[in-house]
Design a protein around this ligand. Sequence first.
Ligand SMILES: [Zn+2]
Ligand SMILES: [Zn+2]
Length: 270
Amino acid sequence: MSQETLGDDVHEVYAVLYGSHPRMRSENYVFGDPHDEMTPFSYYVWAIKGPHGTFVVDTGFDAAAAKERDRTLVHPVGDGLKALGIAPDKVENVIVTHMHWDHAGNHDLFPNARYHIQDAEMAYATGRCMCHQMLRIPFNESDVHAMVKKVFAFRCEFHDGAEELAPGISLHKIGGHSKGLQCVRVKTKRGIVVLASDCIHLYSHIDEGRVFPITYSIGDTLEGYKTIQKLASSRHHIVPGHDPDVVNIYPAAKPGLENWIVRLDEAPKV
Ligand SMILES: [Zn+2]
Ligand SMILES: [Zn+2]
């Protein structure tokens, strides 16, 4: 799908920080990192507002899941969305970039939403790869069960590859980190923004060609960086999934939301 074929409507785009997990820098890279120091790691969901309604991208984790994995829930996901004027029970479309535990929790937060997911991700999360402990680590069984229930409740919409969800919003299967991982491309007043989610965890991954250790395919991850660079208007239109800098370089959505909710359709400070 080329830039020309993306619909003309422009959208507001927000990153909503909800969690954190400081860790050793070496934990973020295949082959580690020579700098033996602690570094912050942030958790986000994203929201897109425009003429076709509100689209929430990923559902984050809740307090119970945070406790199980020793993460800090900084702001519950629902609180962040409400601070933006979004009532979770009114949201009609949720895009699930992938089924990892930090992206697919809060099962009952969006009771009226349809969930958009790639065929390959659902097949991966319910298939033979989950018989391997190493590949199962980033999945919570309860998240997978909840999504299967949504399939049987006619609340899932499956996608395969690149598809336009609404004029100016498209989904693109990237794979790599998770087999059916997708990114979201959004037309905004400043150009085409790509919500990379875990296609790119941190700016250093794409800038230095490095890879996060949880990976189904390193080759697909690296090829994904190239695809995303083509999909976005520039490097400064790519939004990584876990970089703590996102809330520092983009302006707050409104006064009082600093370091919590930022506008991605405004230019970053670079
Ligand atoms: Zn992930
Ligand atoms: Zn993640």
